[in-house]
Design a protein around this ligand. Structure first.
Ligand SMILES: Nc1ncnc2c1ncn2[C@@H]1O[C@H](COP(=O)(O)OP(=O)(O)O)[C@@H](O)[C@H]1O
Ligand SMILES: [Mg+2]
Length: 319
């Protein structure tokens, strides 16, 4: 549904500075009916990528295909297949009511007025905005404004929906609600949704697949499940009573896979990244030979944040 080949974009640098390579040779494709997260720290190039996909920024080079239509060749047919909600909620008109906003966006997309009413009612209902139909957008909460902006993008019925930081600045409740609604819309309507975020938690519970970008380049492109698995097997956390002695500290400190995460007179927490299980026995040997009392050994919590940080450090080879 979306295919991007060797996309590049540089912005002119500030006075005397070299240009900023915001997107540096990015390629990926996304199949119909999937929900893919574009994840990366601030400045990674996510917004620039999305803006190129919806025709707001022209790439320096590379090609973009939307539903088989090449955006980089003929804009209009390709852009008819995409709608986008960019960062922030400037996508709704503050003086129009919720319903009027949807009417406006539907009209912009040339929707048939007869089909309009039921369509608008459907989205007001879907996004739990029925009671707010006649309230001006500026009077809605940020979460509601964001839902309205997403509804406005969906009403166009385009196959591809791009959402740039859809939960940014929302409270926990609103953020959670929007994630659930996005999953539902993909399941029920088979839309193709690409969302950007710098919050790994958003990706972890929304997307099947994640493309991680850093400094304009893709550093991982895999299912969230696989990326989690890769690490689940590798990190063990060992807790012992009390402190380490100097010999233990030195021996463990010399091991690349070992991190002494916490040390106090009460307890010491050590994490071990496993390449092979031998290292775990070595570590336990070092602890045991000085009669340290083992409190627990656990596989680390399945935590996407850690995966994300490891990938950004270049600590994992991934497909
Ligand atoms: N209009 C612009 N002019 C100059 N530099 C820009 C512009 N927009 C973005 N950049 C730079 O490009 C890089 C990528 O930005 P962006 O795509 O907004 O990243 P993200 O959305 O991942 O935070 C950053 O270094 C940013 O400062
Ligand atoms: Mg951004």
């Amino acid at each position: 549904m979306v295919r991007v080949e060797a996309l590049e974009k540089a912005y002119p640098g500030r006075k005397g500075e070299p240009p900023v390579k915001a997107v540096n040779n990015i390629s990926f494709s996304v199949g119909e009916g999937s929900l893919v997260g574009l994840l990366g720290p601030n400045g990674a190039g996510k917004t620039t990528t999305v803006k190129m996909l919806c025709g707001l920024v022209k790439p320096d080079s590379g090609r973009i295909f939307i539903n088989g239509k090449e955006l980089t060749k003929r804009r209009i047919p390709a852009l008819a297949e995409v709608s986008a909600v960019l960062e922030g909620n400037r996508n709704v008109y503050w003086r129009l009511t919720a319903r009027e906003n949807l009417e406006f966006f539907a009209a912009l997309k040339g929707l048939n007025p007869a089909a309009l009413r039921s369509e608008i009612d459907y989205y007001l209902e879907f996004f739990q905005l029925v009671e707010k139909s006649d309230v001006e957008a500026r009077k809605l909460s940020r979460g509601m404004q964001q839902k309205l902006a997403i509804a406005a993008a969906l009403i166009a019925n385009s196959k591809v929906v791009l959402l740039d930081e859809p939960t940014l600045g929302l409270d926990v409740q609103a953020s959670y609600e929007i994630r659930q609604l996005l999953k539902k819309i993909v399941e029920e309507q088979g839309r193709t949704v690409i969302l950007t975020t710098h919050d790994m938690n958003v990706v972890q519970d929304t997307c099947e697949r994640v493309i991680i970008i850093n400094q304009g380049k893709i550093v991982a492109d895999d299912s969230v499940h696989n990326l989690l698995d890769l690490f689940r097997m590798k990190v063990y956390k060992i807790v012992i009573q009390g402190e380490l002695n100097a010999e233990q500290r030195q021996a463990l400190g010399a091991m690349e896979e070992v991190v002494i995460e916490e040390e106090s007179p009460q307890r010491t927490v050590i994490s071990v990244r496993l390449e092979g299980s031998q290292i775990l026995y070595d570590v336990i040997g070092i602890l045991g030979s000085y009669n340290s009392v083992l409190e627990s050994i656990d596989q680390e919590q399945n935590n996407f944040e850690r995966v994300f940080l490891e990938i950004l450090k270049g600590g994992v080879e991934s497909a």
